[in-house]
Design a protein around this ligand. Structure first.
Ligand code: IPM
Ligand code: MG
Length: 370
């Protein structure tokens, strides 16, 4: 295949880890006979500095001509002033809405070697392997009215949690399909005891279950889900939930893995292709990014962990292009380098061989080449 990829490194360590993904994907291309065309664009704080906006139209136009997006991270103290007109994060929200990235997929897997870096006891972590599917273009983030005003009684602000039937259905469907490709268990998380939107969510998940009788469906209230993620995380296979709940629960779940530096994510414009099929290239591109942020404190030092970005590029191959063998090659390459005891500083323990971002990427590229 010939794949055209938008590369948006962003701020902080974003460009450093993304460069390693480009390197490793090139290696995949050489081994499996694919060619990549790389298009670069700016987004986040660096775009605010250059264009006065976190997501310039030029970047959007460039992205729309590509098959998928490899994204780094945005933000940093330089752009944190709450009184500023615009923030790097506004760029993320705009790209989600403009492209229709409605399903955010965050797999959480515990590497046996890293269990001791998690604040949870080893017994709790054994067998943890879950995927959180978070709705990404609705709910409180985008609902109207959304505003702030002031009158004689003081300041006031409103956000709106609103969902349509169609918005709920398409993301819950991604959850069911994902469960089918894994251990056939779906947990739908809502707040149906209090919120109207939660009651609708539960009703639609229950209705859809008729089409997925082979999947075991459980409903959990979000507060209870937050507790069970810590007390019994290994029970979860796929979790599907609305935007804000998913934001909170996925940060909570990331702690299980011991390091944010290991966790990839995908934001999809359409459901992933069924196993054994290659994606027809049409519609808008999906976006792949590490879940860690821009980590400005370690930017430019060559010590960032590229694993989350590398695993995100594997997700890209799998879910945007149906290239499963190629995705496996990256995941196995990461495993191989890790199992030889090589680690970046964030996860290096006693006796490990501590290496830098570029060296780690070189080794994975070498492992992929075979
Ligand atoms: C995330 C982040 C974003 C979100 C922020 C940066 C807007 O926390 O991707 O989870 O809230 O969605
Ligand atoms: Mg978040």
């Amino acid at each position: 295949m010939d794949l055209k990829i938008a590369v948006i490194g962003g701020d902080g360590i974003g460009p450093e880890v993304t460069a390693e993904s480009v390197k490793v994907l090139e290696s995949v291309g050489r081994r499996f006979g694919h060619t990549f065309t790389w298009k670069t664009g700016q987004m986040g704080g660096c775009a605010i500095d250059k264009y006065g906006t976190p997501l310039p139209d030029e970047t959007i136009d460039m992205i729309l001509g590509c098959d998928a997006i490899l994204f780094g991270a945005v933000g940093g103290p330089k752009w944190d002033d709450p009184r500023a007109k615009t923030h790097p994060e506004d760029g993320i929200l705009r790209i989600r809405k403009e492209l229709g990235l409605f399903a955010n997929v965050r797999p959480i897997k515990v590497y046996p070697d890293l269990m001791d870096s998690s604040p949870l006891r080893r017994e709790r972590l054994e067998g943890v392997d879950m995927v959180i599917v978070r709705e990404l273009t609705g709910g409180l983030y985008f609902g109207r009215p959304k505003r702030r005003w002031e009158n004689a009684r003081g300041r006031r602000a409103v956000d709106t949690l609103s969902y349509t039937e169609k918005e709920i259905e398409r993301v819950v469907r991604v959850g069911f399909d994902m469960a089918r490709s894994r251990r056939n268990k779906l947990t739908s998380v809502d707040k149906a005891n209090v919120l109207e939107s939660g009651r609708l969510w539960r009703e639609i998940a229950t209705e859809l279950h008729d089409e997925y009788r082979d999947v075991e469906l459980t409903h959990l209230l979000v507060d209870n889900a937050a507790m069970q993620l810590i007390t019994n995380p290994a029970q979860f296979d796929v979790i599907v939930t609305e935007n804000t709940f998913g934001d909170i629960l996925s940060d909570e779940a990331s702690v299980l893995a011991g390091s944010m530096g290991m966790l990839p994510s995908a934001s999809l414009t359409s459901p992933p292709p069924k196993k054994g099929t290659r994606r027809r290239r049409s519609g808008k591109p999906s976006l792949y990014e590490p879940i860690h942020g821009s980590a400005p404190d370690i930017a430019g030092q060559g010590v960032a962990n590229p694993v989350a970005s590398l695993l995100s590029s594997a997700m890209m191959l799998r879910w945007s292009f149906g290239l499963h063998k190629e995705a496996d090659a990256i995941e196995k390459g990461v495993d191989a380098v890790m199992s030889e005891g090589f680690r970046t500083r964030d996860i290096a323990g006693e006796g490990d061989k501590c290496i830098g971002t570029v060296q780690f990427g070189d080794m994975v590229a070498g492992a992929v080449a075979g």
